[in-house]
Design a protein around this ligand. Sequence first.
Ligand SMILES: [Fe+2]
Length: 175
Amino acid sequence: LNYPKQTAGRGFCVVELLNGKKILITQVLGRVFLESLDCPVQALEELLSQYRLGGNVAAVFVDIHAEATAEKLSFGYCFDGRVSVVAGTHTHIPTADARILPSGTAYITDVGMCGDYNSVLGFEKEAPIARLRRQYPTDRLIPSKGEGSVWGIFVETDDISGMATHIKQFSYVPE
Ligand SMILES: [Fe+2]
């Protein structure tokens, strides 16, 4: 089986495609509501000191897993022109702002989730509603088992620069 080769490290992996090109994939965590974490900007800058776009990697895909839209947007502009993609996750709700930033990084604040949207972030509604009413966690969260939707992005990058040339949001939503 021609499975791509991978090198993994702390919070990242490098996938070697069948054509020999390598893609760096990494995830950083935001700090709004999670102040005890290390700085995501410094973490990515350290990683980028070993992997250079258009040098030893053909594309750099960054997932910023964070709560606040302003934090994710600031992070995107901070790395605009230095990575191929900054895609937000964690809220489970897709945003309608997929675009290419001025210096060539594809960006979206949140790609959304793949799962049952007739739920609260993929969980059966009862426990989150009880929490809303009582202000503290009560019942266990149970994964919702309804039919799933799929949300994501498709990004095309330039072979030489590694910058994004195209970003398109896609979805499959059952009837
Ligand atoms: Fe999360």
